[in-house]
Design a protein around this ligand. Structure first.
Ligand code: NAD
Ligand code: TYD
Length: 365
């Protein structure tokens, strides 16, 4: 029996959530999931609306009485303190981050500020509230992190498990590693009920165009080249974002404070093979492509500096202890995702802004 089935058999206390980064890709999918599953809960979204944040991602939800959107910075201690008090927050789901490796190579400063200092600010504020309230047992601080903190695997290494030593290789993954260590330390030092999740690459609706899967879909629709870094043999383990949101739901409800849970899709694929799959689906689903078949657009470009060769997640712990496993196949999830991008041009077209074009030039010129 999974958590959703169990919860209908037991009485559940409503929660007051602060979702940081709730206007970004995974955060907004999580807010949709939570509001649908737990309409009686209060959900407060705190998001700075950087280039990656988009209020449109929450369209249709904002009118609901139980959702409040606050535009603000997680580094703003006064604001964070005020929100935790005002809304009597008992659960923080912390997604806010600078999240793109290529941008971290161009300019690491924002990554240190948001990912390290911002996470520290949230942890401090939450610690104070939790202590002032007499350390309630049901408080939770979910720190959402990445498998990239574990570094790079070679072809026959075993997959990352929760005890794999940290070995981050990019400014992005180093800043996430720093914040993971802080979340861990707050449990061990103060007893703050933090839980860390380290997840593999996500894909699905509301994914910003700079990331591999949306970038390939959009470039195919525009007849632009499909830039594959290096030899295209790097491997990632892809997880459909809806499966990730279900995992986080289970972790908040059933996870043990102080623990780490690895979350993965059991979908290891080489980048070049993934791009071919995307091309196949686009050839089938998108009429009148400017260049068809789309495979002709594949172009090998200069490799990303420090490019990790392979990521793979061993998700045994979350399966055996919390009864979660992914339900979406890569073929099924990719089809759904591509159909979403085809039906939501109004969502992604405005994101290809001047700022985005300038970024694109810097990375791919
Ligand atoms: P995203 O870049 O799509 O969204 C990040 C959100 O955080 C945006 O809405 C942005 O406006 C907001 N934000 C940035 N700086 C902020 C600040 N200082 N204050 C408040 N809000 C701020 O990222 P995502 O892909 O949705 O990732 C969410 C989290 O999940 C991140 O912590 C990331 O490290 C982690 N993660 C992502 C993946 C993935 O494949 N995308 C995989 C594993 C883990
Ligand atoms: P990305 O979506 O940036 O996620 P991450 O670097 O966090 O894993 O990239 C996924 C993989 O695709 C990664 O190995 C880099 C590669 N890639 C390309 O080959 N071309 C591209 O244009 C992009 C954005 C990524």
């Amino acid at each position: 029996m999974n958590y959703s089935e169990q919860k209908s058999l037991t009485t559940r206390q409503p929660r007051q959530l602060l979702v940081t980064g709730g206007a970004g890709f995974i955060g907004s999918n999580f807010v949709h999931h939570w509001c649908e599953q737990y309409p009686g809960d209060r959900v407060v979204v705190l998001d700075a609306l950087t280039y990656a944040g988009n209020r449109q991602n929450l369209a249709g939800l904002e009118e609901k009485a139980n959702l409040r959107f606050v535009q603000g910075d997680i580094c703003d201690r006064v604001l964070v303190d005020r929100l935790l008090q005002e809304e009597n927050i008992d659960t923080v789901a912390h997604f806010a981050a600078e999240s793109h490796v290529d941008r971290s190579i161009l300019g690491p400063d924002a990554f240190i500020r948001t990912n390290v200092v911002g996470s520290f600010t949230l942890l401090e504020s939450f610690r104070q509230k939790w202590q002032n309230q007499g350390q309630p047992r049901d408080y939770r601080f979910l720190h959402v992190s990445t498998d990239e903190v574990y570094g790079s695997l070679s072809a026959d290494d075993p997959a990352f498990c929760e005890t794999t030593p940290y070995a981050p290789n990019s400014p992005y993954s180093a800043s996430k590693a720093g914040s993971d260590h802080l979340a861990r330390a707050y449990y061990h030092t103060y007893g703050v009920p933090t839980i860390i999740t380290n997840c593999s690459n996500n894909y699905g609706p509301y994914h910003f165009p700079e990331k591999l899967i949306p970038l390939m879909c959009i470039n195919i629709l525009l007849g632009k080249s499909l830039p594959v870094y290096g030899d295209g043999q790097n491997i990632r383990d892809w997880l459909y974002v809806g499966d990730h949101c279900r995992a986080l739901d289970v972790v908040i409800h059933k996870g043990q404070p102080g623990e780490t849970y690895n979350i993965g899709g059991n979908n290891e694929v080489k980048n070049l093979d993934l791009v071919h799959q995307i091309c196949e689906l686009m050839n089938e689903l998108a009429p009148d492509l400017p260049v068809a078949p789309a495979q002709q657009l594949i172009t090998f470009v200069k490799d990303r500096p420090g490019h990790d060769r392979r990521y793979a997640i061993d998700a045994t712990k979350i399966k055996t202890e919390l009864d979660w496993e992914p339900t979406e196949t890569l073929a099924g999830g990719l089809r759904k995702t591509i159909e979403w991008y085809l039906s939501n041009r109004d969502w992604w077209q405005p994101l290809l802004s001047q700022e985005y074009q300038a970024y694109y030039q810097k990375v791919y010129a």
